[in-house]
Design a protein around this ligand. Structure first.
Ligand SMILES: [Zn+2]
Length: 336
């Protein structure tokens, strides 16, 4: 599978706040080993997850120094904070070494550090150890923003015999290994504040769900005004515009149908090119046809005609004309 960097995700705003909080709490943060970290981060796994607090649990020859976040193999793993990649596969070599796949260590801008272990080392549908679960462009020295795709959940390293998960570690600036459990729960709640709840969100509302709504609308190309957690007129207009563009009742109230449409639009789509097959190719063909670019039969096969339709569309939209359907082309199609 080919990985592309994704645009900055909404959580980045939260992280800017975090840098401030952490800076002001620095003395306490020079923490005792094993202390519960008071740290705001972006939840590092972008999908359905399960985890309990297993920090300090006995492991063979040591105690557990992080949290295991279980998720389906291939689930996107994203950077928990703004920073610079320090190690890939425990090495500073760039391009990254294919040996010891797959893990990433990120030095945060504020001095903290996060580690992501057991990333996917298998090819899709196998346990063959021949995959590469590190995102394209992720190498030592590379800058990453919070929420950027860095890899995929897997079972590499000493996790081959376990269910796929990310072992996530968080180290304080003084190097102390902290317990990230509370920080993860908080980050997960922030992530799910809007789409994980059934509450209606409407004009006059305020709080994290509205912040998330404003972030999502911004991500999707709408203009909800400042991301301030307050549902005012500008946010209302953006919601109505979103609803109209998605054939929803334009009532300005964010309910189940609007949330489902958002969830669908936020689903990461694979990079597609000639030779690819499947449901996502079919979706692409439908979208191209709706825009008046004939992809040939809508059959889920990315052949010559679909390629011609893609390049025609890219040309018309003044995108990079490479015939490859990545984040830019998907984003443009989704906006129409
Ligand atoms: Zn672990």
């Amino acid at each position: 599978m080919e990985w592309k960097r994704r645009p900055r995700r909404p959580g980045a705003i939260i992280v800017l706040t975090a840098a401030f909080v952490v800076a002001s709490a620095a003395p306490a943060a020079a923490a005792a080993r094993g202390a519960m970290a008071d740290y705001e981060l972006v939840f590092p796994v972008d999908g359905e997850v399960a985890y309990e607090d297993t920090f300090g649990a006995p492991r063979s020859g040591h105690t557990h120094e992080g949290q295991d976040i279980f998720a389906a193999k291939g689930t996107p793993v994203v950077a928990a904070a703004d920073g610079t990649v320090r190690l890939v596969n425990w090495s500073r070599a760039s391009p990254p070494s294919r040996d010891r796949c797959c893990s990433v260590v990120i030095d945060h801008d504020d001095g903290w550090q996060s580690r992501y272990l057991h990333l996917d080392n298998d090819r899709p549908g196998t346990d063959d150890g021949k995959g590469w679960g590190i995102a394209d462009g992720i190498a030592p020295g590379v800058r990453v923003e919070a929420g950027v795709l860095i890899g995929a959940v897997g079972d590499s390293g000493n996790a081959e015999a376990t269910r796929p998960h990310v072992h996530f570690e968080l180290r304080a600036p003084d190097g102390a290994v902290t317990n990230p459990f509370a920080a993860l729960r908080q980050a997960e709640a922030a992530r799910d504040s809007l789409l994980g709840s059934t509450a209606l969100v409407r004009r006059g509302a305020s709080g994290p769900a509205v912040t998330r709504l404003q972030e999502i609308l911004t991500d999707l190309g709408y203009e909800p005004g400042p991301i301030d957690g307050r549902f005012g007129p500008a946010t209302g207009r953006a919601v109505v515009a979103f609803q109209e563009a998605n054939d929803l009742d334009p009532d300005g109230i964010v309910g189940p149908a609007s949330k489902e449409a958002m969830r669908d639009l936020l689903r990461p789509l694979p990079v597609l090119q000639r030779g690819d097959r499947g449901e996502d190719v079919e979706t692409l063909q439908e979208m191209l046809a709706a825009e008046g670019f004939d992809p040939g039969p809508v059959d889920g096969i990315f052949g010559r005609l679909t390629l011609a339709a893609v390049t025609g569309y890219q040309q018309a939209m003044v995108l990079l004309v490479d015939g490859i359907v990545g984040p830019q082309t998907w984003g443009s199609l989704r906006m129409r």
